[in-house]
Design a protein around this ligand. Structure first.
Ligand code: 5GP
Length: 236
């Protein structure tokens, strides 16, 4: 049973439960971009993201990746273990797109020779600036060992998700992960949905992720629905 609201962000909310150490993560219908400057409510997005994220977490757990996922509780709700979240986002890139193109002058679509991991400091007011391991150690955000664990897990996640999506004809271009501590160990948290990934159709290059909303390319719920259907995700 859902109890007190513990956190509310742009795309989701966290509630306590009657079980100590377990939370309910609610996926909202809100879509935001450009640090909240663009905002819309898209009916059905929460349920689609909950369904897709649940499939990703189940597949990752079956592959041996430690995550906070317990089960999908209802259409828009997921039961998770409570983590002490790290203030660091890990982005994995297989193809250049988004901020790396702006930062380094790369052409969108450039295939990277190997997956690249990048670290960002989670701070909305600062616009989540890019950081490195030294910043994390110096400012106490994460130890070198924790960064190593997060990067290794992020690479494992990339392998599992690239295969799952690839089998559905979808290229995993890049994605963002968040991690936390459970009994002192680094565990994958947050959500993994088309809100935090770039997904391109393998044949046409058509965008199937939140860039559709960011770049006004069409209906967001239609493309999320397509991703769910192609992955064979149960939507109820
Ligand atoms: P970029 O650094 O190119 O803006 O983003 C890289 C990848 O991480 C993209 O798939 C993007 O959707 C995801 N990402 C980066 N920051 C955030 C964030 O604050 N929230 C979400 N949901 N995804 C993010």
């Amino acid at each position: 049973m859902k109890k007190n609201l513990k956190y509310e962000g742009k795309g989701k909310a966290l509630y306590g439960t009657d079980v100590d150490g377990e939370l309910i993560q609610v996926f909202k219908d809100d879509a935001t971009a450009f640090d909240g400057k663009k905002h819309d409510t898209i009916a059905g997005k929460g349920a689609l993201n909950c369904a897709i994220s649940s499939l990703f977490f189940e597949t990752l757990q079956d592959a041996g990746v430690k995550t906070h996922f317990i089960r999908r509780e209802s259409a828009c709700e997921m039961r998770i273990y409570e983590l002490a979240m790290m203030p660091v986002e890990v982005v994995v890139r297989n193809i250049a797109a988004g901020s790396i193109c702006k930062r380094l002058g790369l052409k969108e679509g450039l295939e990277l020779e190997r997956p690249l991991t990048e670290l960002f400091y989670k701070d909305d007011a600062l616009g989540d600036p890019m950081i490195n391991t030294e910043h994390c150690e110096l400012f106490g955000w994460a130890t070198a060992e924790q960064i190593r664990d997060m990067r290794a897990l992020a690479r494992d996640v990339n392998g599992v998700m690239s295969k799952l999506l690839g089998d559905a004809g979808i290229r995993l271009v890049d994605f963002k992960l968040e991690f936390g501590l459970l009994n002192g160990a680094i565990v994958l948290g947050d959500e993994i949905s088309p809100d935090g990934c770039r997904l391109w159709d393998m044949e046409t290059g058509r965008k199937l992720d939140k860039d559709v909303f960011r770049q006004d390319l069409g209906g967001l719920s239609e493309v999320y629905h397509e991703v769910a259907t192609r992955l064979g995700v149960p939507l109820a």
